[in-house]
Design a protein around this ligand. Structure first.
Ligand code: FMN
Length: 174
């Protein structure tokens, strides 16, 4: 630790950062041996238009990320508020994430989960250490919108759905 480093309490860090809402995505991958992997992330973000890059931050303790990395590519599934059960199933570590889950192959061969709002098929572009997480960049090969429903949002430890301010005002004022 240098003189300029400040010790931040992890609980306080989580609590303050929890005030920033995120969407929820499931990063999926299929290995050459046909194994399926999936990881729930709230850290997905758009990074660059030219070239088209996206990013997310896997925890170094993630058991799925090393397996996804070894696949050399992945599909980002943007999930909807109707997919909370799916989110919970994929947020548990273990081998049963895909049990009972229907999906089809993306152009890169990775799972597109039925019911997702949008998918982004990527090749692994770069990875850098970022404290106890990694910063992963994906180079986008194909991407499509599947349906125009509400996204699943995560805010202060709870799940929710998006409501446009104008729609709220109309609902409130009649
Ligand atoms: C809403 C939500 C957002 C999450 N965001 C991330 C994330 O950005 N990076 C990460 O590594 N884990 C994230 N997680 C946690 C992982 O999904 C969870 O630890 C999972 O159990 C890891 O499984 P694995 O051991 O199979 O990799 C998130 C979980 C939830 C519910």
């Amino acid at each position: 630790m240098t003189a300029n480093d400040v010790a931040i309490d992890p609980g306080h860090f989580r609590s303050v950062l929890g005030h920033y809402p995120t969407g929820v995505c499931i990063i999926t991958a299929r290995s050459p041996a046909n194994e399926l992997f999936g990881l729930v992330v709230g850290s997905f973000t758009s990074v660059s238009l030219t070239p088209a890059l996206i990013g997310f931050f896997p925890d170094q303790r993630s058991t799925s990320w090393p397996k996804i990395r070894a696949c050399g590519g992945f599909c980002v599934n943007v999930i909807g508020s109707h997919q909370l059960d799916l989110c919970r199933q994929f947020a548990k570590p273990g081998d049963s994430k895909f049990e009972g889950i229907s999906h089809r192959a993306s152009p890169g061969g990775h799972p597109i989960l039925d019911g997702c709002l949008a998918w982004i098929d990527c090749a692994l572009h770069d990875e850098a250490a970022a404290g106890d997480h990694s910063l992963v960049l994906g180079r986008v090969n194909r991407l499509e919108v599947e349906r125009g429903e509400q996204p699943l949002l995560f805010f202060r430890g709870d799940y929710g759905a998006f409501q446009a301010l104008e729609a709220q005002a109309i609902a409130a004022n009649g």
